[in-house]
Design a protein around this ligand. Structure first.
Ligand code: G4P
Ligand code: MG
Length: 168
């Protein structure tokens, strides 16, 4: 089975290129918003190029705390707090991989529903070229893809056990 190994440096370079694309399109988000857990590290890496505060949401596939009830739909584990006013602002939502698109569809639709006066865009580090189960909402202002890839399993550096032999 084919696999990708994306090192920290690979992801850094992909995000630097994506940041250049974002800047060349004159898109200037007010906030970065990580979809945890996969979006946390990419959002922080992107902040080195697009210096905006990072917000986050967290989802789970499990409804109860015993983890015994997997759901088709992601469930909100943590959402935006009401201290941060994103009304009228531009928010760039970040995740590491667009696989079946379930997470993006759910998260973006929920954000648009909760914050109708906010402009949402999204960025994924990697987009797998494959038929998607989910759809991007029409209201999405921009969709940025760091790198288009084949439908192979990705190993990210931050998932490694032995980091010194990662990808070698
Ligand atoms: P999507 O909606 O984000 O496209 O992903 P999907 O639900 O299809 O995938 C379910 C989970 O599997 C997601 O994690 C996604 O990030 C992860 N995933 C999909 N393909 C790969 C891959 O090639 N490599 C790795 N390492 N992960 C992959 P999640 O439920 O969002 O969990 P979390 O890690 O974000 O907490
Ligand atoms: Mg995720």
């Amino acid at each position: 089975m084919n696999k990708y190994f994306f090192t920290y440096n690979d992801v850094h370079n992909t995000l630097r290129d994506a940041a250049n694309t974002i800047k060349s399109e004159n898109y200037q988000p007010d906030y970065l918003l990580a979809i945890g857990g996969g979006g946390f590290i990419p959002a922080r890496m992107l902040r080195s190029f697009i210096n905006r505060p990072i917000l986050s949401v967290a989802l789970t596939r499990y409804i109860d705390e015993t983890g015994s009830a997997p759901s088709d739909q992601p469930v909100r584990l943590q959402w935006l707090d009401n201290l941060t006013d994103i009304k009228g602002k531009k928010v760039l939502v970040i995740d590491e991989v667009d696989d079946e698109r379930t997470t993006l569809e759910y998260t973006l639709n929920a954000l648009i529903e909760d914050y109708p006066e906010t402009e949402f865009s999204a960025l994924v580090v990697h987009n797998k070229r494959k038929p998607k189960k989910g759809q991007l909402p029409a209201q999405l202002a921009h969709f940025f893809v760091g790198k288009e890839i084949e439908d192979y399993w990705i190993n990210y550096a931050w998932d490694a056990d032995d980091i010194d032999s990662f990808g070698v």
